[in-house]
Structure formats: structure tokens, C-alpha cells
Design a protein around this ligand. Sequence first.
Ligand code: PMP
Length: 301
Amino acid sequence: MIPSSKELIHSVHPTPLVEIKKAAVAGCPLYAKLEYFNPYSQSIKDRAAKVLLDAALSRRPNRIYEASSGNFAIALTLLSNAHGIPVRIYLPKGTPKSTFSILKILGAEVVSTDFESITPEMVEMVKRDAERDGALNLNQFENDLNPLAHYNGTGKEIVEQLKKERIRPTHLVIGIGTSGTLWGVTRRMREVEEWKGIKIIGVQPARGTKIPGIKRIESKPKWLSLVEPDAIVDVSDKEAAIGAAEIARKEGLPIGLSSGAAYMAYRKIAEVERGIYVTIFPDSIYKYVEKMEELLGGSLL
Ligand code: PMP
């Protein structure tokens, strides 16, 4: 059956899992799931946006308020457009200008806030505003359907894709935003009896730097304590940009900054620990062109 735009996401799943070849550390294979194949935000956040919005439709929302650093907002705006529901998005400081412009062009009402990142205070503020105005707040930061979308989607796909090729992963490397991806995928992978001891590596921006989509764990993402990661690796914004450029140049994949961060975290761990690594590349390079030019400056351009 030919899908409508509302159901398009099902046509593109599973997203591809690729083996990283020239950019891999010797003796440590790396498999990366390419989430920019999703159809709305061209990022992993399509998955949570679709599941959270669908679950809320029975409440017949007349508008939606949400805090997001970008991709969830873009996915939600596009899906809500298809349903005819207006959306207001609250952005933290440091959101790339292109994300701001894209949201406006897509028709969202955009509120730029003074929060340095999406803190619990910012989440509370959006909740209060929504209550005051009778709007729906899906709240990706606290809504348990977020990790469930990754348990039933991203994680399930990874397990099937690896099992089919008889690949036995030893390490999972994932960037931490809401921690929905990390928890949903971890939970699903740990259910495979032979993979039980898989090491879980979380990735966060190095202190004082910003990488769109991921945050430091001091912000206490809701599901992180359920994961109990074996390590949290710091990656700076500049390292992330270098990582993204390297994957583009060596592998021919146009990955974004948090993907570059995941790749650099893999490099840091793989240099000291042999294993079979799996990671997720959450989105693509195109929203970050200005930011990458700024970060790379003379060093690669
Ligand atoms: N990378 C990017 C580019 C993202 O937009 C997000 C979502 N904030 C993440 C990584 C992290 O995903 P999650 O919110 O599921 O932890």
C-alpha cells in the first residue's frame, strides 16, 4: 500500500547498519546505524516524535508546546503539520541558526530561550506554559514512550541486523540527550542472552562545549540511571567536527556532529579496549555547516 506522509516512517525502517571500514581502529570493527535515513527530521528523533504524537492524538490536542534542541522539534512540527496541529518550540541557547530557520520555515512558532541547555528548569517552564495555555506537552524528557520507541524500533532493528550476520557485539556507543535512545537500545540488546555482558559507553560534550542533540549527564537525563553505563566519554565540539569530517572523507557518509562525537568516543575506547563496536549516527551534516566551519576553522578547511 502506498503510505501517506503520516505513515511514511514505516517504509524506511529498518534504517541501514553499515560497517565502518577505513576509519575503523585496527582490530575493532565498528557498525553504525544511519538514522539520517528517517523521513521527517532526517534524524533519530522521528522515531520518538511519531510514537509520542500518535499516542496523544486521542486527546485531540489543539496545539503542542515542546522543548527541543532541534531534531525532535523538526520531526514533531512536520508530523503535526500533517495532522493540522500548530506547534510552539522552545529552543536552548547555541541551537544552530539553520535549525531555527528550518523550524520557522516549516511553520512552527519558535521561542529562543536563555537556557544554556535543556535543563530540568526549562522542561518545567514549558510544562507550565502548556498548562496555562491549554496546550499539549509531549515532554520527550520524561515520557516513557520515548525509550520505548527505541526498544521497539532502533534497538530491535539493531538486534535483528546483527543476528542475521552472526555478529556478536561487545560494546555499544551512544550519545546522551534525553537518554531515550541509550536506554531503549541498551535494554533490547541486553535481552539477547549471549550479549548480556555488552559494555555500554555513553557520550557527552566535554565541559564548556556544546554539541547539538547531546548533553552532559549533570543535567540528569531520566533513563540514564537504568542503563548504568560502563563509561561516559567526553568529546569536545571540535573533536566531534573533526570526527564528522573524517567519516565523510574516509567512508563517504555525511554524518552530523553528535555522530562525529560517537565516532570519536569509539576511537578513544577502541584504542585501549579491543572489541566489536556498535554505534548510532543520529543525523546528517547539513544542519551543521556553519557550526562546522566555525569549529574547524583553519584546521581542516
Ligand atoms: N544526536 C542528535 C543529533 C539528537 O538530536 C539527539 C536527540 N536529542 C541525540 C543525539 C540523543 O538522543 P536521545 O535524546 O534519545 O538521547
